[in-house]
Write a protein that binds this ligand. Sequence first.
Ligand SMILES: CC(C)(COP(=O)(O)OP(=O)(O)OC[C@H]1O[C@@H](n2cnc3c(N)ncnc32)[C@H](O)[C@@H]1OP(=O)(O)O)[C@@H](O)C(=O)NCCC(=O)NCCS
Length: 233
Amino acid sequence: MSIHHDNTSRAPARQNADRWPADLAARPIVRRAEDDDELIGFHDLAVLAGVSDPNLLVRQLLTHSHDQILGASLDGTDPGRVIHALHNDGLPATVARRTMALAAVVDGQLVGGLVAGPSVQTLLQPAVQGRRDTLTAALLRTIEIQIVAVNAEHRHLGVGTALVRAAIDQARRANAHLVHGQFDTERTNLASFFRGCGFSVDLPTAGLDFATLADIDLQLTTTPEQRYFSLTF
Ligand SMILES: CC(C)(COP(=O)(O)OP(=O)(O)OC[C@H]1O[C@@H](n2cnc3c(N)ncnc32)[C@H](O)[C@@H]1OP(=O)(O)O)[C@@H](O)C(=O)NCCC(=O)NCCS
């Protein structure tokens, strides 16, 4: 048996063992976050992931959800629509269209979550420099995993892996070419976690070259305190 996914997420959970305790009534479902209560629950997950302003994150998720743009351009996306949105609605709203908030739910309770989408920080550089082709390419081809977190009592059961695999599946359906992210070097277990999810994990000082990875004229630098991980398809 494995963790159950609904239609929005067909990523398999770990296949080598069934570690879900028999005394827990139900296994997690991994799917898009559905309502305000779930999105508000991302506050505590963001704290676990070390996000500097969890309140801002939740406010943005709620606003974009109410505006019905959160993840609106992730399935079968026509690039023309994204370019149109960029022109008419601006960068933050277009990024929101390419951003997913995935929930792992047990018995109606949020036990884990993931937020991934184009990195605003990365996109600012070409936006400010007026490099519109680079900006559009990064919007369409790259997805950054910004948060993945699981409640302490539900860890080591495959929930985190299921969330990340669901995000990779969604990124494929969105015709992205590169899924990437970074984590604190001191969180030593994360290198094996992300490798287990299929990513290459770079050395602490290595930057990320979007030109090599996704044919986009952008390079990200880093510090020894941060490590990048990436997956291309
Ligand atoms: C990182 C995090 C999301 C992982 O969540 P998780 O649900 O425990 O992840 P998984 O259960 O899928 O995998 C975790 C470990 O359990 C092991 N595991 C899980 N299911 C397994 C199975 N069926 N068989 C064998 N091993 C399994 C994995 O080997 C993995 O071990 P590793 O970390 O040594 O590689 C979680 O630890 C967390 O929330 N951390 C705090 C937030 C954070 O740091 N986020 C990352 C930066 S945004």
